[in-house]
Write a protein that binds this ligand. Structure first.
Ligand code: ATP
Length: 267
């Protein structure tokens, strides 16, 4: 038990407060955030717009430095961006003049790790994501869902331990989104990644997450934490939605969201 307690978390935020400071004002985006993500866990962050979800990802990715408190990965302070952390955004940022394969290899170039072995791994991931047939196509020839899969392959090809996913499905149609949830969920499980997903879709957070943090705003803070039961966790997201207990959990998270949303409106 003591040994378990002393093991550093994969990701830990200790009393993290962050202010955005400009010449005219300082704005407190998040206050006193404490969270712990264990290796291999899939965590979802939900909450009203402006509660600091993206700020938390930026702090974990080392793109922002906390004003107070500590951001730790495997017990070590995050000092800047690193290969250990992959960040995938809503927009895919593919280069239209490069083929799919060259877009994926670009990530390896930027990290300075492009070689035969890493290229082969990237091609293997393209295959896993059902993109092998389009490796020589250009982004403009692909659907939105395919482009997001390419963006995921580009991120995974650099072999980060931690994946930060900022609303990666929000621009997609419903059917594509459900299919992509299953593909990404399975890929992250297979490759044993630790992941944090920001989403506005409560059903998605329950279908994909092991745990959900619900945030309130002004300032951004953790309002509550919900553990997803194992029978839902173990199913792929599409099937998870049909498991008894899913709807009850949805109503629980919905109610908690209503509390933080009403508080944000000052009701
Ligand atoms: N660079 C910045 N400078 C000043 N304020 C910022 C900056 N980035 C974010 N903020 C503010 O910090 C707060 C938290 O923003 P953040 O983007 O983290 O919220 P969010 O929960 O991700 O929102 P959304 O759900 O709308 O994407 C917001 O009030 C936002 O306006």
């Amino acid at each position: 038990m003591n040994q378990l307690l002393s093991t550093p978390a994969k990701i830990e935020l200790r009393h993290v407060t962050h202010l955005y400071v400009s010449t005219s004002r300082a704005f407190m985006a998040v206050r006193d955030i404490n969270l712990r993500v264990e290796e291999g866990e899939f965590i979802c962050l939900v909450g009203p717009s402006g509660c600091g979800k993206t700020t938390l990802l930026s702090l974990i990715a080392g793109l922002e430095k906390p004003t107070a408190g500590k951001v730790l990965i495997e017990g070590k302070p995050v000092l800047g961006s690193s290969r250990q952390v992959g960040y995938m955004l809503q927009q895919d940022y593919l280069f239209n003049w490069r083929t799919i394969e060259e877009n994926v290899f670009l990530g390896l170039d930027i990290q300075g790790i492009r070689n035969r072995e890493t290229e082969d791994f990237a091609l293997h991931l393209l295959d896993e994501m059902e993109l092998a047939d389009v490796r020589r196509a250009y982004p403009a020839q692909l659907s939105g869902g395919m482009r997001q899969r390419v963006a995921l392959v580009r991120t995974l090809a650099c072999q980060p331990d931690v994946l930060l996913l900022d609303e990666p499905f929000s621009a997609l149609d419903y059917q594509t989104k459900l299919k992509l949830e299953d593909l990404i969920f399975s890929a992250l499980r297979r490759h044993k990644k630790t992941a944090i997903l920001v989403t506005h879709d409560l059903s998605e957070s329950i279908a994909m997450g092991d745990r959900i943090y619900i945030l309130a705003r002004n300032p951004g803070r953790i309002s509550s934490e919900v553990a997803v039961p194992s029978e839902i966790r173990d199913a792929i997201p599409f099937d998870a939605r049909n498991i008894p207990g899913f709807q009850d959990l949805f109503h629980q998270v919905w109610k908690e969201m209503e509390v933080v949303s009403d508080a944000a409106k000052g009701n």
